[in-house]
Design a protein around this ligand. Sequence first.
Ligand SMILES: NC(=O)c1ccc[n+]([C@@H]2O[C@H](COP(=O)([O-])OP(=O)(O)OC[C@H]3O[C@@H](n4cnc5c(N)ncnc54)[C@H](O)[C@@H]3O)[C@@H](O)[C@H]2O)c1
Ligand SMILES: N[C@@H](CCC(=O)N[C@@H](CSCO)C(=O)NCC(=O)O)C(=O)O
Ligand SMILES: [Zn+2]
Ligand SMILES: [Zn+2]
Length: 380
Amino acid sequence: MSSTQGKTITCRAAVSWEPKKPLSIETVEVAPPQAGEVRVKITHSAICHTDAYTLGGNDPEGLFPCILGHEAAGIVESVGEGVTEVQPGDKVIPCYQAECRECKFCLSNKTNLCGKVRPATGNGVMLNDRQSRFSINGKPIYHFMGTSTFSEYTVVHAVSVAKVNPEAPLEKICLLGCGIPTGLGAVWNTAKVEAGSTVAVFGLGSVGLAVAEGAKAAGASEIIGIDIDVSKFELAKNFGVTKFINPKDHQQPIQQVIVDMTDGGVDYSFECIGNVDIMRAALECCHKGWGVSVIVGVAAAGKEISTRPFQLVTGRVWKGTAFGGFKSRSQVPDLVEKYMKKEIKVDEYITHNLPFSKINEGFELMHGGKCLRCVLHMDE
Ligand SMILES: NC(=O)c1ccc[n+]([C@@H]2O[C@H](COP(=O)([O-])OP(=O)(O)OC[C@H]3O[C@@H](n4cnc5c(N)ncnc54)[C@H](O)[C@@H]3O)[C@@H](O)[C@H]2O)c1
Ligand SMILES: N[C@@H](CCC(=O)N[C@@H](CSCO)C(=O)NCC(=O)O)C(=O)O
Ligand SMILES: [Zn+2]
Ligand SMILES: [Zn+2]
């Protein structure tokens, strides 16, 4: 039993007091886990574009003050009543997409969504008592995505934590909490890309590069990468991209450029930016009769997608994916094993490492475009 079990822990967390403002490292109180909850010592947390999206005030579910962060790894500190699947000392990855294995979503093989804790996590609280486990001088601070990993300690629902190989390096596998599984799964689970297919990937950040990696592994014959940042192109070759397009080099709409260069369009396309105009282009660059376009990017509050219905009448399919369709608790440990066997890349996505105290520099790096993933070392 740890010396902190059942007690409130006082530790550092990066608090987002209001949208569009830098995060502030504060001393927070983290209450003990209640029934069905787990308190985790976060050792490493990466920064995903979605953290910046919510901090930017673009998330309709964004609540402030909150503790952001959802791509992380750590070690179980203590567990609440009734928790049997993990115990103190276990290495874990918090999963913003829960898996209770009981709800109608979990019992369906058609989705990885879970309904159990989602109403609570969308409101920044825990399911048990609809309260936050974080506070500063008695003032509650909201949770984010059921994970809040920009804190040295966090409390998550037991259905939102995947136990992984104890040999796995936490400073690397933290990336398996979001971006890489999302890209790989968009290809393998959502689109189910077949060998010989042609693929277009819009946006060559970590998510788009993981799509390219997944498409290469699936045997795609051509993988076209589209990005306005030319510095991404050389890098993208290592992830399987075979051709590059910078939309700024073309007068015509980008969908027309792709249709012309692929004899009528690609078999599969993926939007990994969060821009509704590009979502339309991604659908319309797909081949008549069978092309499938997957929306991966997260668009800002109030944005809507549109196209001519004729695009769908003539056989194109528009889909979306959350966490790449992976059932989190069951499949994240498998992804960790794949990494350990060198079957999937992880290290290659880490372009920067920073001490937790420099978290705002990490956000700046992401906005600068030169960073794929920045891993924050929580004890520094
Ligand atoms: N659906 C999910 O489960 C899920 C999971 C993780 C991330 N996301 C979302 O996926 C998106 C990508 O995340 P990321 O972390 O890779 O982001 P990122 O910011 O690292 O990458 C985005 C890339 O898009 C490029 N880009 C921006 N505008 C463009 C344009 N108009 N045309 C072409 N390229 C453009 C940028 O240069 C950059 O390379 C974000 O919207 C994020 O919120 C969704
Ligand atoms: N809260 C937003 C939507 C944000 C969103 O779509 N999140 C993705 C994960 S992004 C990870 O980087 C997701 O999985 N969504 C499904 C879910 O949240 O259950 C909004 O309200 O529009
Ligand atoms: Zn993410
Ligand atoms: Zn469920």
